[in-house]
Write a protein that binds this ligand. Structure first.
Ligand SMILES: *[C@@H]1O[C@H](CO)[C@@H](O)[C@H](O)[C@H]1NC(C)=O
Ligand SMILES: [Ca+2]
Ligand SMILES: [Ca+2]
Length: 219
């Protein structure tokens, strides 16, 4: 009981930070399973997504019962691909599960029972107890942005905090490494998104403490 309370408070905290992409599913609700179907898989797959990776992806959400669309990351939030850490509750549980082991460039259809999506209450356009279907396309998979190793790589001047310039430089390198360099505004948008989610005290710098906020969440 205590555990549930703690995890629920944590979850609410995360969802207040991140809006749509988090709900609290308690252990008792975990009945149905997440189904994944691979729609496209690139021939070359150098890196598969795992917990703690920084993922950049588009996802469209549909209601299973009638196929109506309730979310489109291509038009919502300025249409830039969403940026999140996999497996730590930044997205609904069903996506944390269904987006594991994905290659950059891979597309999947992920069917998520309500308990691992928006639950008994639903949320916004999603009605109560709704099974939802996501079509996801992953652009990049970056190793553990929440690992101190990645932090050290980003922290060019080694002052134990990340400036916007340092984060942007890291993104550039990651995209170039993946063979898909983008223009400057693209990096700016992703960077802004990361700071919105991570820079809790809004001082324009990500401290080691802010960066590591999910470290204790090993459920
Ligand atoms: C949702 O499912 C729960 C558990 O099965 C049930 O108690 C509840 O009445 C359902 N809500 C709606 C609106 O159907
Ligand atoms: Ca620094
Ligand atoms: Ca800060």
């Amino acid at each position: 009981m205590m555990w549930k309370l703690v995890s629920c408070t944590f979850c609410l905290f995360v969802s207040s930070q991140l809006g749509l992409w988090s709900v609290c599913a308690s252990a008792e609700e975990l009945d149905g399973e997440v189904k994944t179907e691979v729609l496209f898989k690139p021939e070359e797959c150098t890196q598969r997504s795992k917990k703690g990776d920084l993922i950049n992806a588009h996802y469209d959400g549909y209601l299973a019962k009638d196929g109506s669309q309730f979310y489109c990351s291509r038009s919502d939030k300025d249409g830039h691909p969403q940026w999140f850490v996999l497996g730590v509750g930044q997205v609904i549980k069903g996506l944390d599960i269904g987006m594991m082991n994905m290659c950059p460039g891979e597309k999947r259809k992920i069917t998520v029972p309500s308990a691992l999506a928006f639950g008994e209450k639903g949320k916004g356009p999603v009605p109560p107890n709704a099974t939802v279907v996501f079509e996801v396309e992953v652009f990049t998979v970056s190793r553990g942005p929440r690992s101190m190793e990645a932090f050290g790589k980003m922290d060019i001047d080694k002052d134990k905090s990340l400036t916007k310039a340092e984060v942007k430089e890291y993104l550039k390198l990651e995209y170039e490494k993946g063979g898909k360099p983008r223009d400057d505004p693209f990096y700016e948008k992703i960077m802004a998104d990361i700071f919105r989610k991570t820079d809790q005290d809004r001082d324009g710098i990500i401290s080691a403490k802010e960066y590591n906020i999910y470290e204790h969440d090993e459920l």
